[in-house]
Ligand binder design. Structure first.
Ligand code: C2G
Length: 129
């Protein structure tokens, strides 16, 4: 059983997120999503539209996702990889290199982002319509 983990806010869920989750699941058999809590997002200068509970429920409805856990701190990744016996860590390539410190613990994979779609873009488009 190959276990994969990825991290993110996944607010205003869109096909860029789904494509990331689909490809992350392709890396193994079991996909864990560490979902940024509202408090952690505040640290990323992000204010999600949907609450953590609602974002968790939406992720749990996606066929590629097997488990959703909270992402509460930047420093939790090594513990997560060890505690959940993770084989592969996956992130979009906007993070390329940022998590290479995990390489001694698991495979680190950066996948190309889906172009032209983002939560920020959705918000901006809705404002200007
Ligand atoms: N993503 C993507 N294509 C897009 C938008 C997002 O592939 N068009 C990917 C991102 O690269 C990321 C994941 O979807 O891997 C989730 O995106 P966000 O919710 O924006 O996550 P982020 O705020 O980057 O949080 O500890 C890591 C952070 O929690 C990552």
């Amino acid at each position: 059983m190959k276990r994969v983990i990825t991290y993110g806010t996944f607010d205003l869920l869109h096909y860029g997120h789904i494509e990331l989750l689909r490809r992350a699941k392709e890396q193994g058999d079991y996909l864990i999503v560490a979902l940024s809590t509202d408090e952690f997002n505040a640290g990323k200068d992000k204010r999600a539209y949907f609450s953590w509970g609602d974002r968790k429920r939406m992720l749990e409805a996606i066929r590629y996702v097997d488990l959703v856990i909270p992402e509460e701190a930047w420093e939790q990744k090594v513990d997560d990889v060890q505690n959940y016996h993770v084989d592969t860590f996956v992130m979009g390539d906007d993070w390329t290199g940022k998590f290479d410190f995990l390489k001694p613990y698991c495979e680190v994979v950066y996948l190309p982002r889906t172009p032209e779609i983002s939560t920020t873009q959705i918000k901006q488009d809705l404002l200007t319509r």
